[in-house]
Design a protein around this ligand. Structure first.
Ligand code: SF4
Length: 220
């Protein structure tokens, strides 16, 4: 395991743990097209996340917009493993510019402060806002933390989670279909699907003839 020194040794540990959340200072990167919406992912308020410097997951206190991961994990989209380098180094976001693993205070001071949300990045008249609002009202991410610990086979908690999974999928499908939204924008507009967020709680989803069904994974 890499131990922090007093300068960057380009170990890449920071970039492998997840791309940065964007702050108002990063708006200019989007205006100048150094970043585009299809490279972003929304972490919904209440979604379980590992905050920088923490080791366990806790619910996100605010909605965040982050750079997407790559290859099914949170490794930053712009991290080049071969060179241990950043593909957008000259235009990297604020959190990356502040991050020093040997001196975390500058970054810690801004974590969760002045962060952008998805609606900050959408036109005020964009019709997708209505679908985002429906998602927040009808399937809030914080219900997962409340319900998942009580999920047992055939329990009310598992059935409610199943209903929330279906609502989330329905809202996404309606928005994408009715508004003709490109699939590459889904993670920015709606974050990770609800059923994906259940996996860390040992709850698996499978498609059936009657819709998505949930089941508890067998203990290891
Ligand atoms: S934008 Fe660059 S510096 Fe920031 S996490 Fe990604 S690869 Fe690392």
């Amino acid at each position: 395991m890499n131990e922090p020194g007093d300068s960057c040794r380009r170990c890449g540990a920071c970039c492998l743990q997840g791309g940065p959340a964007l702050h108002t200072e990063d708006m200019e990167l989007l205006i100048a097209s150094h970043l585009v919406l299809a490279q972003l992912i929304t972490v919904r308020r209440g979604e379980m996340v590992v905050w920088p410097g923490a080791v366990t997951q806790t619910p996100a206190r605010v909605e965040l917009v982050k750079l997407q991961g790559r290859g099914g994990d949170w490794r930053c989209l712009f991290y080049a493993r071969q060179t241990s380098g950043c593909a957008i180094y000259a235009n990297r976001p604020l959190e990356c510019r502040l991050f020093q693993c040997w001196a975390p205070d500058p970054l810690n001071r801004i974590i969760g402060q002045g962060t952008l949300t998805r609606t900050d990045l959408l036109h005020p008249d964009d019709p997708v806002r209505e679908f985002i609002l429906r998602q927040e009202v009808q399937c809030p991410a914080n219900r997962i933390k409340e319900l998942a610990p009580h999920a047992q086979p055939d329990s009310a908690a598992l059935r409610e989670l199943e209903n929330l999974v279906r609502i989330d999928l329905l809202i996404r499908a309606q928005a994408m279909g009715r508004l003709g939204i490109a699939p590459k924008l889904e993670l920015f507009l709606f974050g990770r699907p609800y059923f994906i967020m259940l996996a860390p709680f040992g709850i698996a989803a499978r498609e059936t003839n009657t819709g998505m069904r949930l089941a508890l994974n067998a203990p290891p």
